[in-house]
Write a protein that binds this ligand. Structure first.
Ligand code: PEP
Length: 254
């Protein structure tokens, strides 16, 4: 059984004060949730303060990115050691990082290895563009992202990875994938490739979130899909009410 997992990606939103306020609200509104894993990923500047608010709660904290080196002359970056001091999760290879900041399958792979080495839970994002989708290239493309991300990673390590299938055309657009389509892509482009790379048991153990315009009204339709184990939520994670409703609707549907 894979424990469902819903995480909020706050992207470049929330000052420290705003982040603390949102975290405090979620700590109260979601305090009773025990059958689902929950996390928020604030911008790096707010991670320490948010982690402080959520200490001892059922909501974990993650960063939205990190470098693969422990330290060094990498201006503007944060290292796994720095993440580890404050957080348990790290988002790796979000499509916005790939699109605007030059992340590749190779850097994703390096970051994934570093996260696993340091005991962090990585949330690795994959997903196709609209052009790839319309050209019928989704399955080979997402499959190649999975192969690139997991290169050189053992089955034991792979089981600690969380994946997020996020079609780029669904992120922040209000347009979601059809739940059945997302389920099928996760099955064919993700679990089948993981079975090929490792074995069936490992492929079945890895959690896969759906991401892309998840809102309170559509969460249930995704979480009931057999291959979908939760959600990575962007815009709707910025308000306590919406994120709480997403979690509640997912719980009610399970
Ligand atoms: C995301 O940032 O990963 C995301 C899915 O964003 P949104 O929910 O806003 O589409």
């Amino acid at each position: 059984m894979r424990t469902p997992f819903i995480a909020g990606n706050w992207k470049m939103h929330k000052t420290v004060a705003e982040g603390v306020e949102l975290a405090a609200a979620l700590k109260t509104s979601l305090a009773d949730v025990s059958s689902m894993e929950l996390a928020v990923c604030p911008p790096a500047t707010a991670v320490a303060a948010v982690a402080d608010v959520l200490k001892g709660s059922n909501i974990g904290v993650g960063t939205q990115n990190m470098h693969w080196e422990d330290q060094g002359a990498y201006t503007g970056e944060i290292s796994p050691l720095m993440v580890k001091e404050l957080a348990q999760y790290v988002i790796i290879g979000h499509s916005e990082r790939r699109q605007y900041f030059g992340e590749t399958d190779e850097t994703v792979n390096r970051k994934l290895k570093a996260a696993l080495h340091h005991g962090l839970t990585p949330i690795v994002c994959v997903g196709e563009s609209l052009e790839q989708n319309e050209a019928g290239k989704t399955v080979p493309f997402v499959g190649s992202q999975i192969r690139g991300a997991f290169a050189g990673i053992s089955a034991e390590e792979a089981r600690r990875v969380v994946l997020a299938y996020e079609p780029i055309w669904a992120i922040g657009t209000g347009r979601t994938a059809m739940p059945e389509d997302a389920n099928e892509i996760i099955k064919t482009a993700i679990r089948n490739v993981l079975t090929d790379l490792y074995d069936e048991e490992t492929a079945q153990a890895i959690r896969v979130q759906y991401g892309g315009s998840v809102k309170p009204h559509n969460m249930a339709a995704f979480i009931v899909m057999p291959e979908i184990d939760g959600a990575l939520v962007g815009g709707a994670s910025l308000q306590a009410e919406a994120f709480t409703a997403i979690v509640r609707n997912a719980l009610a549907a399970l």
